[in-house]
Design a protein around this ligand. Structure first.
Ligand SMILES: *Cc1c(COP(=O)(O)O)cnc(C)c1O
Ligand SMILES: [Zn+2]
Length: 408
């Protein structure tokens, strides 16, 4: 089982005990989980792990849960790694792959983080959790809380995709719609949690979601036969997936599973909310709050990511970059993945296609490089956004224009 040793603040380095309830460090730095990788190496290998479950829990020795009975799994992880058939050729990328996270429970990679975090709640005896969410994290928390039999309190912007709202209700969560952004939702959770006795399960404010998300990094290596690609495109909101993968690469190197070669980590944001792109371009180590954040890619509407410093550090160390695309470009990207590959990608995944086109055009990437795009969610969750491209006829006149035929 787990080889967890302790937790450590990513800012001041202060150590804490594992198997305890934790939020941020008192210096307000996010905490990271550390493992005894020598012990893991002695008892576990790239070969033996394939005998584990066909889910992210095959990596249990580098996940924080101690007692297997605490694990709340709905089959998250081990998502397909698909070699593109047409998209790469059309864009001029000869070795292009898509990691399709849309196939996770509740249709996004958020399932990984919340499977891990909710399992830790079970292990630590937490019965009530609260989350501010731009959408998919709420759906995933609601599902895993239902499976665990714990109470979920969800705060989300009132304009989240309808799918997220309905999923949360269907999973029996307590939902509050907020006339504001995820940052406003976060403040509401912070204000109420002590009185209500909620554990705040916000991104990086608890240390275990990132551990679940990092399994995307283990899987990319396993599925590419223990090599890493030359570049990874990741649609970054809070950036936890990117930070998590970076952590996973370091762990795998310590386990002796991969070399010290790292992919260029490319964070993709949108023109309407690009705090990390701006900070990257200005050479700063932290981002600034992005005013009036707006984009149809709900998961990317994070005006001030808590993990900005960690994300910027990983991007720079990897020789990667950060780039923004417009909402029109990212919807086009999703539809290209759809028509070329049969993958109905979330707008966030479509953003990676648009960013790839730009970085091939600029010469930042070469046609022969091995590139993996992360499609972080299912397009089916964003029907309102895609309806702008495919409006359905209402009057009978428009029905004819839209191709409606009356059977005789
Ligand atoms: C949350 C979310 C993101 C951003 O994830 P981070 O790891 O926090 O940057 C991207 N895509 C989708 C579909 C999401 O739900
Ligand atoms: Zn600290």
């Amino acid at each position: 089982m787990t080889t967890v040793t302790h937790l450590e603040c990513s800012v001041c380095g202060k150590r804490r005990e594992a198997a305890k309830v934790h939020n941020l460090c008192e210096c307000s730095g996010p905490l990271l989980v550390l493992y005894d990788l020598e012990q893991a190496k002695a008892t576990w290998s790239r070969d033996t792990l394939t005998k584990g479950p066909s889910s992210m829990w095959r990596y249990a020795p580098v996940l924080p849960v101690r007692d297997q009975a605490s694990i709340i799994s709905l089959g998250e992880g081990m998502t397909p790694m698909l070699e593109t058939r047409r998209l790469g050729a059309r864009l001029g990328a000869r070795d292009l792959w898509v990691k399709d996270e849309g196939l996770n429970p509740t249709g996004s990679f958020k399932a990984r983080g919340l499977s891990c975090a909710v399992s830790m709640c079970v292990e630590l005896g937490i019965h009530k959790v609260a989350i501010p969410s731009a959408g998919n994290a709420a759906s995933a928390l609601a599902a895993y809380a239902a499976a665990a039999g714990i109470e979920a309190h969800i705060f989300m912007p009132r304009d989240v995709p309808q799918s997220n709202y309905i999923e949360c209700k269907a999973f029996g969560a307590h939902v509050t719609l907020v006339d504001g952004l995820i940052s406003d939702c976060g403040r509401m959770v912070a204000e109420r949690k002590d009185v209500e006795g909620w554990f705040d399960i916000s991104t990086l404010k608890e240390p275990y979601r990132i551990e679940g998300k990092k399994t995307m990094g283990y899987e990319v290596a396993e599925q590419l036969d223990w090599t890493l690609p030359d570049a990874i495109f990741y649609p970054a909101g809070g950036g936890v997936g990117l930070i998590g993968m970076w952590k996973a690469f370091g762990e795998m190197e310590a386990l002796g599973w991969i070399s010290n070669k790292r992919p260029k980590m490319i964070a993709v944001q949108t023109e309407g909310c690009q705090p990390v792109v701006r900070a990257f371009e200005r050479g700063e180590s932290k981002s600034e709050f992005w005013e009036n954040a707006h984009t149809v890619a709900a998961g990317l509407r994070v005006p001030k990511p808590l993990g900005d410093a960690l994300m910027l550090d990983a991007i720079r160390k990897s020789g990667g970059t950060a780039i923004a695309v417009s909402d029109e470009e990212l919807l086009d990207g999703s539809l290209e993945l759809g028509a070329d590959e049969g993958i109905f990608a979330a707008p966030e995944g479509g953003a990676c296609v648009a960013a790839l086109r730009k970085l091939l055009a600029s010469g930042f990437l070469k046609p022969e490089e091995r590139i993996v795009l992360y499609n972080t969610g299912a397009g089916l969750k964003y029907l309102e956004a895609f309806s702008t491209r495919f409006p359905r006829a209402t009057s009978s006149e428009q029905d004819k224009l839209g191709g409606l035929i009356t059977p005789r």
